[in-house]
Ligand binder design. Sequence first.
Ligand code: NI
Length: 167
Amino acid sequence: MKNNIAILQVGDPVLREKAARVDIVDYALLDAMADAMFAAKGAGLAAPQVGVSQRVIVMRPDRGIEVLKMINPELSEFSDDKISMEEGCLSVLGPDGPVYAHLTRPESVRVKWTDENGILHDEIFDGFKARVIQHEFDHLEGVLFIDRVSSLKRAMIMSKVKKAAAS
Ligand code: NI
């Protein structure tokens, strides 16, 4: 897999598939996803966004150089407390980059995943981390953040996406 893999944009059917569980770690895929995430200055990226319908996520938990690589992540124990945060997606680009919208989601969530070395993890994420993992997990279910905003807001976002696609 090349380093400069393309990130699929909304409208591509792969983004709407439920991704398959993974049995064998594809290190080249993980590296390519991390490279693509950094190149695009994203906080996270899910394999379906690069055309691979597998349950694999990379994310930057602190917006820094550390990368969490997650295979078959599972979410549970969503907090009753919900918070509004701005979200964007590398698969929903307008003329000036990601189109952002405020979205309400649980403030914290329990995450179980297998890392690239086959080690199981089980942690509670909150704040920014919880937000990124919920967004990326949605991608594995074929869900985009624009599905979770009002139809009016979605129409505004999609008009910007169409502008970007036309330019
Ligand atoms: Ni996204």
